[in-house]
Design a protein. Structure first.
Length: 149
């Protein structure tokens, strides 16, 4: 089998590039079909990109780099021999059957959670992943930035 190229998918209309937010597997690791490989972040959203085939991952682009849609960011060699194991784990999906049906969490209950720290309060605008990154890097308080709507 030939080496399979892993390309940056189009996250949506008018989006021409994205940032490799993180790789879930290190270079040289074994991957399975549909296993999450990396997180792609654009101006509008973040998405997890899965492996198109099983084999050994060869990363071509580092985390944090901006890449155009369609660019080759990695290759997977189906006949390769893994060199390393580990890497970061992708976010785990909660099975529908295991999802609790309790009352929704209040903003104060969410305040301590990672999701709650970024969750908008009622009436607050929602920041895109790119805007959240800029706010965090700049040390700005989102409530102090004027809404552009």
């Amino acid at each position: 089998m030939a080496v399979e190229q892993v390309k940056v998918p189009s996250p949506g209309e008018s989006v021409t590039e994205g940032r490799i937010a993180q790789w879930y597997k290190p270079d040289g690791a074994a991957v399975q079909v549909d296993e999450p490989l990396f997180e792609l972040e654009s101006d509008k959203a973040a998405q997890t990109v899965p492996a198109p085939v099983a084999g050994v991952l060869r990363i071509k682009v580092k985390e944090g780099e901006i890449v155009p849609v369609g660019a080759v960011v990695a290759e997977i060699d189906p006949a390769g021999v893994p060199q390393a194991s580990g890497g970061r784990k992708p976010p785990e999906a909660t099975p529908a059957a295991a999802t609790p049906t309790a009352t929704p969490a209040t903003p104060s209950a969410l305040a301590g959670s990672a999701q709650g720290a970024n969750a908008p309060r009622s009436g607050e605008p929602v920041a895109s992943p790119a805007a959240q990154r800029v706010l965090a890097e700049s040390g700005l308080d989102p409530s102090q930035v004027p809404d552009t709507r």
